[in-house]
Write a protein that binds this ligand. Sequence first.
Ligand code: NAD
Length: 500
Amino acid sequence: MSENHIEHWINGERTRGAGTRTQEVYNPATGEVSGILHLGSSEELEAAVTSARAAADTWGDISLAKRMSVLFKFRELVAANVDALSAAITAEHGKVLSDAAGEVARGLEVVEFACGIPQLLKGEYSDQVSTGFDVFSFRQPLGVVAGITPFNFPAMVPLWMAPLAIATGNTFILKPSERDPSASLLLAEYWKQAGLPDGVFQVLHGDKEMVDGLLTHPLVDGVSFVGSTPIAKYVYETGVAHGKRVQALGGAKNHAVVMPDADMDLAADHLSAAAFGSAGERCMAISVAVAVGDAADAVVEKVRERAEAIKVGNGTHSDSEMGPVITSSAQERVKRLVGEAEQAGAAVVVDGRDLVVEGHEDGYFVGPTLLDKVGVEMSAYEQEIFGPVLAVVRVETLEEAIELINSNPYGNGTAIFTGSGNAARTFQRKVTVGMIGINVPVPVPVAWHSFGGWKDSLFGEHHIYGPDGVRFYTRGKAVTQRWPQANDLSGASMNFPSSQ
Ligand code: NAD
């Protein structure tokens, strides 16, 4: 079989570039190498940034009607190619095909939001602010924007960024995760087919070296990053130190509170789906269930039943509900953290460590795992496991649950299961978390609200997509205008101007 070379997309075409470094890409369900990724050098960085800068001058000046027409065509192409995108995602990420189609659908929502760009970019106008004076404000693109994305949503997270960056008139350079880079090249093809001029959307592959190149390049104006907290912090600090606007979304440890008055079957169904879906590799996965009072025994028993029934297998098989984790080292790390929790006194109610999927003995599988009586000092509580592990922490009151969540350094998402409006309202007002679900475990906001966490889950003041996305990718201008008439040409004063 011929080797699958995964190349860059620079100035409208695929290129292997001059870089000599390569990296293997794996199919996590089988452990086999599926492609050779070409990591870019400073030469590819320079070529991409230079053509992005040149394209920014024309693309940023093109009419909104023309931009919108490209976006509508791109929307149709993504919608028509959900299967191709899902197949590319599953082959390199491992998640089941229906879940991959779900991430494409959520990315498509942002494209649809961006199709309304003329409405989103409408400015403000104040008539006659002083006699004969009007003030109006409008927004213009930053210029060249880079997007650096994680492995867990190889299509959705790039689609959180690029459609809005491009709709607002920027050019966009995507540096996808080196673990599952192929979906980004399909997106590049669709942009080109939609009529996007060359240089407006580009893909540069690489690792830290390429990220550093983008963060320090003088022609890059803004950086959107999504990934783990230590890298998000580094990207934010380095980008800002080099004069760029940066939004950097980090990791998570999402808690779901289960109150004693909750519908326990509903809570258990949704907790299992939110903890084990996509093998727990979602930044909005529920990794901690905080069981309040009497809820604990019922939660543990009902989640146990569901966890044991989950069908784990190759994501391309139609009966699989959960696929492998991303790498063999991720698999080892998840198992180690479960072992450490067990040694520290947690009860391993469902143990996925020894799961073997028949015919896939070299795949990176870990079965759904349920830990009970987890303490906050345990590594399985302190660290983002990013695997199919749900830790149950038992508390006595809602106040204790809120205190636990607010003491956690992460603040991405959280949820409460309850039948009480009062408990839900107290919870939504008191938790120091950016996205909250009430009887909804994975509260990823729809595209016309913005997505973002608090504390160590986001560095920078802009959330991603939605109205904040429009603000992030644009700069405001305010114009004060006066059209003096022949009888009104004087009025200059040495004093600071004030309204008359
Ligand atoms: P990661 O931080 O390892 O990688 C993210 C990106 O940063 C990749 O493109 C990678 O090439 C680059 N990178 C990695 N190491 C780097 C370094 N030392 N210097 C510069 N760049 C570097 O994250 P991941 O493992 O790909 O993704 C999983 C993480 O992303 C989890 O922590 C998850 O919670 C987080 N995530 C957060 C959100 C969110 O919205 N907050 C969404 C998805 C994923």
